[in-house]
Design a protein around this ligand. Structure first.
Ligand code: NAD
Length: 496
């Protein structure tokens, strides 16, 4: 089954073949014939055309996933064997790390070094973490009824899972979805973002090489409103796992409810606050802010986008952050030194610039950046700091910008800081910087967020759960909770 592929000139590698078809039931196909283009965000030029999965294609992928679930996967494969195959998959990703990182960098605009040393390395680690969990799924026994009666619980795979992922960490989000689903024994219909479909397709080629049975992992690239909606509404998908924006998450939730009430997990957006108290090391806090907001050019669901700083250290902190804004390594994604690349699309760049304009009009002070980066035709926006000393109710301070824009606001005391931080419809992440340990615990307990960092920012580990309070999501990924999201519990009552 040779991949339907296209030759692409990839920086540092030269011309390589990249799969550009659909992958259904172990085979590459061109589908209904429709295609869509993906673009290089660092130049604005078209990269390659990819097959677009129609509703019928999604339906065939679901049928293949159901067949595999009932025959070669699900309850019919030893859990240790599932773990072995997932580890084999991780070995192949490690072998091809340079190639896959180069394509990830080309398609998403992130720096090549980061794509290799963070995105690919983290995906390998996530696969290995869940490979190890596959044969450590246990139920309980209840011996409480006397006589020959017993009850036990079986933790069984949910079944066929639709997975819909965004463009900011194409490979990372792929791993967070696929690794626990495979470990649990589920089969998958995966839809990568239409903006960044290439590495998910390369991973499906590796699945074939790893000898994952046909139909266990199917990849159906396409647009959200057609391919994504077909997944969300399909009557024979048991669960949909989604990462993306709040409005799309709501649409998927409604579609899931209106069809077969499939289970839903949602990892949605954020507007994550960081509180910096006067007792903190403000220079250290500024360094964490810089990492938190400018990593991945701000296209991060956990971006540290709202900073609240105690009024008596506000100016000092803003100066310390400004110094960092001026030294961010902006450049071409193919350059090893680049840490800050373009945004994903022209639309995203224009949206971010629009937020900066509206903030200025509403009375924010521009401290640094604020423009499209003049040295490239790509979709770059400079690292940007806005100060909101007058406590204006800025649209840019409420809504998720998903770009390199941070808004810094002063606060009076702990109560004021918590009031500002929790005044949001989001609740994905938050951080507190303080020299007072008791305050750290008190504030961590009071912040409305699924992840809280104390005197650090952005730590995410495979063995620690991740997910949102409020409108930032439903359910958790990573850790044992991430695996549980792909299991359902059956109670078996015995009378022997
Ligand atoms: P998006 O919601 O526009 O798209 C995400 C995915 O959903 C894409 O694959 C898209 O094709 C698909 N989609 C769009 N409309 C659909 C529909 N009607 N039915 C089914 N699928 C549909 O999000 P995006 O712009 O790709 O990603 C950015 C968002 O993702 C941000 O809000 C960000 O905060 C969030 N995000 C969250 C996390 C997290 O773990 N919480 C991680 C990364 C990104």
């Amino acid at each position: 089954h040779r991949a339907l592929s296209t030759k692409v000139d990839v920086p540092t590698l030269g011309e390589i073949d990249i799969p550009t078809g659909l992958h259904i039931d172990g085979k590459w196909e061109s589908g209904s014939g429709d295609k869509f283009s993906t673009v290089n965000p660092a130049t604005g030029e078209k990269l390659v055309d990819v097959a677009h999965a129609s509703r019928e294609d999604v339906d065939r992928a679901v049928k293949a996933a159901r067949r595999a679930f009932k025959t070669t996967w699900g309850l019919n494969v030893d859990a240790t064997e599932r773990g072995r195959l997932i580890n084999r998959f991780a070995d192949l990703l490690e072998r091809d790390a340079r190639k896959i990182a180069a394509v990830e960098s080309l398609n998403s605009g992130k720096g090549i070094r980061i794509a290799r040393d963070a995105d690919v390395a983290d995906a390998v680690a996530c696969l290995r973490y869940y490979a190890g969990m596959a044969d450590k799924i246990h139920g309980q026994t209840t011996d409480a009824f006397g006589g020959s009666k017993l009850a036990l619980t079986l933790h069984q795979p949910i079944g066929v899972c639709g997975q819909i992922i965004p463009w900011n960490y194409p490979l990372g989000m792929w791993a967070w979805k696929v690794a626990p689903a495979l470990a649990a024994g589920c089969t998958i219909v995966m839809k990568p973002s239409e903006l960044t479909p290439l590495t998910a397709l390369m991973m499906n080629a590796l699945a074939v090489e790893a000898e994952l049975p046909a139909g266990v992992l199917n990849t159906v690239p396409g647009l959200g409103a057609t391919t994504g909606d077909a997944i969300a509404r399909h009557m024979d998908i048991d669960k949909v796992a989604f990462t993306g924006s709040v409005p799309t998450g709501k649409r998927i939730s409604v579609a899931a409810a209106e069809s077969n009430l499939k289970k839903v997990t949602l990892e949605l957006g954020g507007k994550s606050p960081m509180l910096v108290f006067a007792s903190a090391d403000t220079d250290d806090a500024a360094q964490w802010t810089a990492n938190g907001i400018w990593y991945n050019s701000g296209q991060d669901c956990c971006a540290s986008s709202r900073i609240y700083v105690q009024a008596n250290v506000f100016d000092r902190y803003v100066n310390q952050l400004r110094k960092r804004a001026l030294t961010v390594a902006i450049g071409a994604p193919s350059d090893e030194k680049t840490s800050f690349g373009p945004l994903i699309s022209a639309a995203q760049r224009d949206k971010v610039l629009g937020y900066i304009d509206s903030a200025k009009q509403e009375g924010a002070r521009l401290v640094s950046g604020g423009r499209a980066w003049p040295r490239s035709k790509g979709f770059y926006v400079e690292p940007t700091i806005l100060a909101n000393s007058a406590h204006k109710d800025l649209r840019a301070a409420r809504e998720e910008i998903f770009g390199p824009v941070v808004i810094v606001t002063p606060f009076r005391d702990e109560e004021h800081a918590l009031e500002l931080a929790n005044d949001s419809e989001y609740g994905l992440a938050a951080a507190v910087f303080t020299g007072d340990t008791r305050q750290a615990i008190r504030v961590a307990r009071s912040l409305d967020a699924g992840s809280v960092w104390v005197n650090q920012y952005g730590a995410v580990h495979n063995n620690v759960p991740f997910g949102g309070f409020k409108q930032s999501g439903v359910g958790r990924e990573l850790g044992s909770y991430g695996l549980e999201g792909y299991l359902q519990i059956k109670a078996v009552h015995l009378n022997l």
